[in-house]
Design a protein around this ligand. Structure first.
Ligand code: ATP
Ligand code: MG
Length: 112
């Protein structure tokens, strides 16, 4: 199993959720977060000014999928949320060593 995490603009979250459901995702979690990227830094360094990043509100979407579903989830998130402008966010992926479905006690991919 893999956990696909995306840091997204909140305006894209509903569209990404719908697209992921269409490709078979059976659950996900969203958390409101604040962060900063590097775009502004480049501009400020270019001007020679000191850079103090400011936090911007984003949404962290987390979806746990089977190993063979991770790439499709990534492609779906990019395809739905990419504007081509700076600040669209990032996606990162980690391995999940165990999952337990609390209602049944099932474990592993059966628990998804
Ligand atoms: N290295 C990082 N580690 C953790 N979170 C990050 C990282 N880079 C970006 N983020 C998160 O993604 C959000 C959007 O950053 P993003 O990288 O999309 O913007 P940017 O760097 O300004 O522009 P660009 O699209 O050119 O990278 C940030 O506000 C932050 O929450
Ligand atoms: Mg960036």
């Amino acid at each position: 199993m893999k956990i696909v995490e995306a840091i997204l603009k909140s305006s894209k979250v509903d569209a990404v959720k719908s697209a992921l459901v269409k490709v078979g995702v059976r659950g996900l979690t969203v958390v409101d977060v604040n962060g900063f990227g590097n775009k502004k830094a480049e501009r400020e360094i270019y001007r020679g000014a000191e850079f103090t990043p400011e936090f911007v509100p984003m949404v962290n979407m987390r979806v746990i999928v089977g190993d063979d579903e991770a790439q499709r989830a990534i492609d779906t998130i990019v395809g739905t949320s990419q504007t081509g402008k700076a600040g669209d966010g990032i996606i990162f992926v980690g391995g999940i060593s165990e999952l337990v479905r609390i209602s049944t006690g099932e474990t592993g991919e059966k628990a998804l």
